[in-house]
Structures are given as structure tokens and as C-alpha cells.
Design a protein around this ligand. Structure first.
Ligand SMILES: [Zn+2]
Length: 128
């Protein structure tokens, strides 16, 4: 990951340190357990708006981009103007921004039919 960051406006520094989710995985690599945890998270936990930019080795068909929306939970997969660069955005409930990020990227890991090989280049998370 070349340029990962959390939004400095919303987050205490201790959320940023480590980048390791409770399952011991680097948030930037994603965590399927965090993804599943966020789908049944305590409604009292903070709601995070997360954006993940990543590159894919192969172009993703428009059909796949639209399929992500059907997963609901305010997920969207968009293609900015740069070829092979994609933006996954979504909302997730989690105790920390690191878990929210690990969970959103975990969504990609859990949906290999959408994108098989990807590299995360930038991440932002803001709690509302
Ligand atoms: Zn995890």
C-alpha cells in the first residue's frame, strides 16, 4: 500500500496505529472475518463511511460493478476515469476505522467473482 490513510479530521491517532484488525490481519489486505462481523455488528457501534481505491489486473465488466449494488448495505463500486483503478465505497459498523476498512476490503475477498486480483492503493474512513 503506497498511500493509505484515515481521514485525520475524524479519528483519534490510536485508531490509525497498527492497521491490524482484531484477527491479526493488516487492514489494507482485508479481512473476511471483519466483513462478516460488520454485517451483524452492534447498532451501537459507530457507522463508518469507507472508501477504498484499488487497482485490478483485469478490467471488471460493468455487470460486476452493478452487481455490487445489489449487496445493499450502501456499497458501491465505481470506476473513476483512470483505467483499471476502482473505488469501492460503503458504510460499515465497527468499533474502529481499522476494522471498518478491513471489513470493506474483506468484502472484495469474499467476492472473488467480482474481482480476483487487486491491489489497494488508498483508503479513507470517516465515522459519522
Ligand atoms: Zn479482521
Amino acid at each position: 500500500m503506497t498511500e493509505a490513510k484515515l481521514d485525520p479530521r475524524g479519528r483519534p491517532a490510536d485508531d490509525i496505529v497498527g492497521w491490524t484488525c482484531p484477527h491479526g490481519l493488516h487492514a489494507g489486505k482485508g479481512c473476511i472475518a471483519c466483513y462478516h462481523a460488520s454485517t451483524e455488528a452492534d447498532p451501537a457501534l459507530p457507522l463508518w463511511r469507507v472508501a477504498v481505491w484499488f487497482t485490478s489486473e483485469r478490467p471488471m465488466p460493468i455487470r460486476a460493478l452493478k452487481a455490487v449494488r445489489r449487496h445493499g448495505r450502501h456499497f458501491a463500486l465505481d470506476q473513476p476515469s483512470t483505467p483499471l483503478v476502482y473505488l469501492l465505497s460503503g458504510q460499515a459498523r465497527a468499533a474502529t476505522g481499522t476494522e471498518a476498512i478491513a471489513g470493506l476490503i474483506g468484502f472484495l475477498l469474499a467476492n472473488r467473482h467480482v474481482v480476483d486480483t487487486f491491489t489497494v492503493t488508498e483508503v479513507r474512513a470517516v465515522s459519522s
